[in-house]
Design a protein around this ligand. Structure first.
Ligand code: C5P
Length: 224
């Protein structure tokens, strides 16, 4: 089984991102690069980090008309990402075309609802009902569109996994008890997320902001 932890490299500087990835190499399974990194450093930045030799997760959260998203997927084909994200709210045709345009080795996973949105935000966009129902509805749509899986929180993973048995699930927002809860109300550990069906565990600040990132990566690894 491959290592499930992907380190979120949410650092603006390419050199700093590369140095951090080198430091924890062997104790995480892959690297997650977001929109900020990709807009700043593009293909060059991805090539630089790919040299370290770990799978790359491009968290681009694509959302546009099907033709444009398919074109974007084709444009990143050469980077051979292990995982790419799109927005489920882009609709079934957009997700189908994204999957069809992706390389056969690339998992295409859908973001259902951003965790920065709550139910009142949802209502303002014209969606009535609970955030939970919206997540489950979009997960069903992503599965029907032939995607590999979705991004979901540690709170949802159990139910999503029950509904979509063979899905590929990416879970961010994870903490060990010693990391403290900070601003999060309901903390899920990497181990709990894994036990409840997560395929990929995204960890950022608990490693990247640790005094000793290697020790932090090892501590998380030891719990799995
Ligand atoms: O909180 P942490 O630094 O571990 O977050 C790691 C990554 O997961 C970040 O790239 C962040 O954007 C993403 N994240 C998310 N949803 C959350 C928490 C974090 O997409 N609820």
């Amino acid at each position: 089984m491959s290592h499930p932890v992907y380190l979120a490299l949410d650092l603006p500087q390419l050199d700093a991102a590369k140095a951090l990835a080198e430091k924890v190499k062997g104790h995480v399974g892959g690297l997650k690069l977001g929109l900020e990194f990709f807009c700043a450093h593009g293909h060059h930045g991805v090539h630089e980090l790919a040299q370290i030799g770990m799978p790359i997760f491009l968290d681009l959260k694509l959302h546009d008309i099907p033709n444009t998203v398919a074109g974007a997927m084709q444009a990143i084909h050469v980077l051979e990402p292990a995982i790419v994200t799109v927005h489920a709210s882009g609709g079934r045709a957009m997700m189908e075309d994204a999957k069809a345009a992706a390389g056969s080795e690339t998992k295409v996973v859908a973001v259902t609802m951003l965790t920065s949105l709550d139910e009142s935000d949802l209502k303002r966009t014209g969606v009535d009902g609970s955030a939970h129902d919206q997540v489950m509805r979009l997960a069903e749509l992503a599965e029907a569109a032939g995607l590999d899986g979705i991004v979901c929180s540690g709170q949802e993973i159990r139910e999503v996994h029950r509904q979509w048995k063979h899905g590929f699930f990416v879970v961010p927002g994870l903490r060990l008890p010693e990391h403290g809860k900070s601003d999060q109300k309901r903390v899920v550990t990497p181990r709990q997320a894994r036990d409840h069906g997560a395929s990929v565990l995204v960890v950022g600040r608990p490693i990247s902001r640790a005094e000793d990132p290697l020790a932090a990566a090892r501590a998380i690894e030891a719990t799995l």
